[in-house]
Design a protein around this ligand. Structure first.
Ligand SMILES: CC1=C(CCC(=O)O)c2cc3nc(cc4[nH]c(cc5[nH]c(cc1n2)c(C)c5CCC(=O)O)c(CCC(=O)O)c4C)C(CCC(=O)O)=C3C
Ligand SMILES: [Fe+2]
Length: 340
């Protein structure tokens, strides 16, 4: 297969105070997130001057992927903030791009982590019209050494100051109902939580830690709807009650230092741990590691020249579809949302 560009597709984040509200409205349109939760999240962004690190980190990653020799023009588009994917795909068409690979900045399956990026591709191609470039999405990479090994080194570095510690992995919580439908139906559901557990297992194996926990963070949505639990902050309390004195948190659900990482972990979870007199260290995310950019190049080559896929898990390959098609019928389909 030949392609003439790579598109890095991400979530997007605000780049100043005035962006925060319109960004949050884009994220939560029709999603039933209570207004109190939005006010709270707006405060998290305003704490950092209204600037999420996510766009800068993505621009840095694009530079690193170019420098790693990807050999294709690299474009940048987001779901929720500028540069918006519709505009980027329009620019790609104007530049004469016929077919592009899409690298999504999420390693996992599930509605929020995978299918919603397919919806973005569908929407952008529809907006651009008949001669929109063909867009081929790259597979889930939660089990790629370029994702797992930087996390493992980061855990070792974070734990360096502790004689003993409990290793805790976190990923973004999602509604239980989203997890139930995650993945092709014949794979039995729960693909998101199973991939997160598998990535955690691979990182722990590499570090040489036999006992660890997998927990969740950054829950939103109305309280009566069940989401994946336990929450990291509650879990810190539980570890304290068990007599754990140091905790190392590895944000395995995230590719880079998103706002959820620098607020929910570096502020909320850390404060809770320190209130108990516990030591707390957070492992770095893999996005800025040169091995991560090399992984992106390798994933491109998997498509172009049949380089043997490097996968550390026995899980099937998913997420790689053309023009925003879903992996399978009803794959990662969100249950109908209740109107608010
Ligand atoms: C699984 C998952 C990922 C990982 C996969 C991936 O990386 O894509 C992820 C990433 C991200 N989520 C982000 C931001 C937000 N997510 C929200 C809300 C939600 N996230 C959800 C899930 C996920 N989210 C869900 C089920 C909701 C409820 C509403 C809905 O059903 O959609 C809200 C609304 C306010 C709130 O309630 O928190 C915000 C502001 C940012 C940008 C951060 C930055 O600026 O650095 C990033 C990378
Ligand atoms: Fe989110």
């Amino acid at each position: 297969m030949s392609v003439d560009a790579l598109l890095l597709l991400s979530f997007g984040g605000p780049e100043g105070e005035a962006d925060v509200r319109p960004f949050l409205e884009n994220v939560t349109r029709g999603r039933g997130v209570p207004p109190e939760r939005l006010d709270e999240v707006a405060q998290h962004y305003l704490h950092f001057g209204g600037v999420s690190p996510i766009n800068r980190l993505n621009r840095d990653l694009i530079e690193a992927v170019r420098a790693a020799g990807v050999g294709l023009p690299v474009y940048f588009g987001n779901r929720n903030w500028h540069p918006m994917i519709e505009d980027t795909v329009g620019a790609m068409r104007a530049d004469g791009v016929r077919r592009a690979l899409v690298f999504p900045t999420s390693a996992y399956g599930g509605y929020s982590a995978c299918r919603q990026y397919d919806e973005d591709i569908l929407r952008a191609r529809a907006a651009v019209g008949d001669d929109a470039p063909e867009l081929v999405k790259i597979r889930h990479f939660f089990d790629h050494p370029g994702f797992v090994l930087p996390f493992a080194d980061a855990v070792r570095a974070a734990a360096a100051g502790f004689d003993s510690y409990r290793l805790v992995f976190t990923a973004h919580s999602i509604p239980n109902s989203f997890d139930a439908t995650a993945g092709p139906a014949e794979w039995g559901g729960h693909l998101y939580s199973r991939q997160v557990a598998e990535a955690a297992r691979l990182v722990a194996l590499e570090v040489g830690v036999a006992e660890y926990d997998v927990v969740w963070q950054s829950r939103s949505g109305p309280p009566q709807i069940p989401w994946l639990e336990p929450d990291i902050v509650d879990h810190v309390d539980a570890l304290h009650a068990k007599g754990v004195d140091n905790v190392v948190v590895c944000p395995v659900g995230f590719v880079s230092d998103h706002l959820e990482v620098i607020w929910d972990l570096d502020n909320e979870a850390r404060e809770r741990a320190e209130s108990h007199g516990m030591g707390f260290a957070r492992a770095a995310t893999p996005g800025p590691d040169p091995r991560f950019a090399d992984m992106v190049v390798e994933l491109v080559q998997e498509h172009l020249s049949g380089v043997v896929p490097r996968k550390l898990s026995p899980f099937g390959t998913a997420g790689c579809t053309v023009n925003g098609e879903f992996c399978a019928v009803a794959c990662c389909e969100p249950p109908a949302r209740r109107p608010r």
